[in-house]
Write a new protein. Sequence first.
Length: 221
Amino acid sequence: MKKALFLLLAVMLVGCSGEGTEKKKEEDVKKEDVVKKEPAEEKKVVPVKYEEVDPESKAAVEKFVEKYNVRVDILKQDAEEPIVIDKISEPITSELNKEENNTFSQILLETDFKKYKGHYKVEAKYNNDKKIIGYGISIEAMPENEVNEDADEWGEGLASAGTIAYVLGLNVDKLGDELGIADDENKATHTYTDPNTNYNVTFLIADSDLGKFGINFDLIK
C-alpha cells in the first residue's frame, strides 16, 4: 500500500502552490456537456429524486462537484505530469439510493480507468433527512503484486481520491501519516479525525492486496 500512498500524496500536492490559478479557473470555468452514464447495477430499494435533497446540502454538493471538476482540469494541464481523469457530470441529476443503515447514497461518478484495468466510484452520502453527511470513493484495480513502483495502474482511482481530499481541504501530511499507520499495522480499516476540517476519514484497505480499496470522508455529527 506504500506505493499507492506516495502517489496519492503526490497527486494532492500537485498544484497546491497554484491556488491562485485554481481560483481563476473557478471564475472562468465553463461547464462541459457530459453524457450521463447509467449505473452499472441497481442496488437501490427506495429511489429518491435529487430535488428532494435539503437545499443547503444541494448547494454544498454542487459546490463540491464544481470544485472537483476545476481540479480535474488543473491536473490535466499540469506541465510536468498531466493526469487525466473523468469529470463529474453537471448538473447533478442522479437519484439517491436507500441503504441498510437508514442513510442514502448518490453516485456522482462511476467510470472505468482509461488505460489500465479497473474502475472507481465517487458517492455523496445523506442521512434520513436528505442532508449531506459525507463522501466516499471505492476503487477496484489490478492486484498490488502486479502494480509497478509508481502505482500507475492505480493512478486514476488515486487521483480521484486525492482530488476529493484536496477539495474538502484535508491536511495532506496528516492523511499520509495515518495511511502509513494503517499500512504499517496491517489494519483492515483505519479512521482518524482530520485536524483541518470537520471530517472523519476512514481507509478501507482490507483487500488492498487484491486491488480493492476505498476512503470514506464522513462529516462529524
